[in-house]
Design a protein around this ligand. Structure first.
Ligand code: NAP
Length: 280
């Protein structure tokens, strides 16, 4: 068995956390916590490796974990993530700064599970039918027109569903359903469900233009395409990243083959997290 295959097998079984990296929010407190965690893990013979970590510890907020995810999105099957929050409770960051000693002990003892959650696949295809760009989103992808109103057809599995006119469209993952999607009155989806959700951003609905108006939740075997009207340049956001695209034929969305893997050292049920974050 090649070394890479062996690493993948061990990483997939969640038995191997020898090398770690830490991503921090950039504030003084998060940086100090990073130094503390780093020193404690190295004392236990774990190796700091920013290039090929088995475990990425995000110190900051959910935004920090989004950054960490995009930094290591090329090795998702070899890297697990865990989040320490230095602000309010996060959806991806559920350890507090006060619990860092306990987290370090748990990492060292290797007593953890790996949980894998669905991601969104985004494929931007251009009019020349040659170029295409692919992205993975942990939270969501939004599509807007650069020049104002987005005018686009929405297709489901290649069949026209509706003509959309409005500010934009948001496609989110189950773990992203508590982020921007929630602000658009989308449903909160349990991350064990391999789905993606489409929510409208301020659609125009009158006697001339009509969209379904409700969020749609699509299963793994469905895909959705947004076909913009002629000559529309699009602003596409993927989590915290944003880019502008010209001469687009369509943008296709679906549940990605890849998943994000979290190292779970203790139980923290999803609905409890939702309650603690939004209800208190
Ligand atoms: P930001 O403006 O710094 O953060 C936006 C807020 O969203 C932060 O409070 C962040 O938590 C929180 N958040 C991120 N992912 C979340 C999740 N999965 N569930 C619940 N809350 C979540 O922007 P950023 O740090 O660059 O993050 C980009 C994200 O912001 C986007 O993916 C989008 O989902 C979100 N956003 C939300 C809205 C809205 O709700 N109206 C509007 C724009 C963007 P932390 O403070 O812990 O980082």
């Amino acid at each position: 068995m090649s070394q890479n295959m062996q690493q993948m097998k061990e990483a997939a079984s969640g038995k191997r956390l020898r090398k770690f990296a830490i991503e921090n929010r950039g504030d003084t407190f998060s940086k100090a916590l990073q130094t503390q965690i780093c020193a404690q893990l190295q004392k236990h013979q774990l190796i700091y490796d920013e290039v090929q970590p088995d475990l990425v510890i995000s110190v900051g907020g959910d935004g920090t974990l989004l950054q960490a995810f995009h930094h290591y999105s090329n090795r998702l099957n070899l890297t697990a993530f865990v989040g320490v929050h230095t602000g309010h409770l996060g959806f991806y960051a559920d350890w507090t700064a006060e619990e860092v000693d306990e987290l370090v002990q748990s990492i060292v003892s290797g007593n953890f599970d790996i949980v894998a959650y669905p991601l969104l696949s985004v494929a931007i295809e251009y009019e020349d039918q040659v170029r295409a760009k692919h992205f993975l989103a942990l939270n969501e992808c939004t599509v807007r027109s650069v020049d104002g109103l987005l005018v686009a057809d929405v297709l489901i599995k290649g069949e026209k569903f509706e003509s959309f006119r409005g500010d934009g469209l948001c496609f989110s993952t189950p773990t992203g359903s508590t982020a921007y999607n929630k602000g658009l009155s989308g449903a909160i989806i349990h991350p064990s469900l391999a789905t993606f959700q489409l929510t409208e951003i301020a659609s125009i609905n009158n006697r001339v233009f009509r969209t379904v108006g409700s969020p749609l939740i699509l299963p793994r075997h469905h895909y959705c395409q947004v076909v913009p009207g002629t000559d529309q340049s699009l602003k596409v956001t993927v989590d915290h990243l944003s880019s502008i695209h010209h001469q687009i034929r369509q943008v296709e969305f679906g549940v990605a083959d890849e998943k994000i893997r979290f190292a779970r050292f203790r139980r923290f049920p999803f609905w409890r997290r939702v309650r603690d974050s939004f209800i208190g």
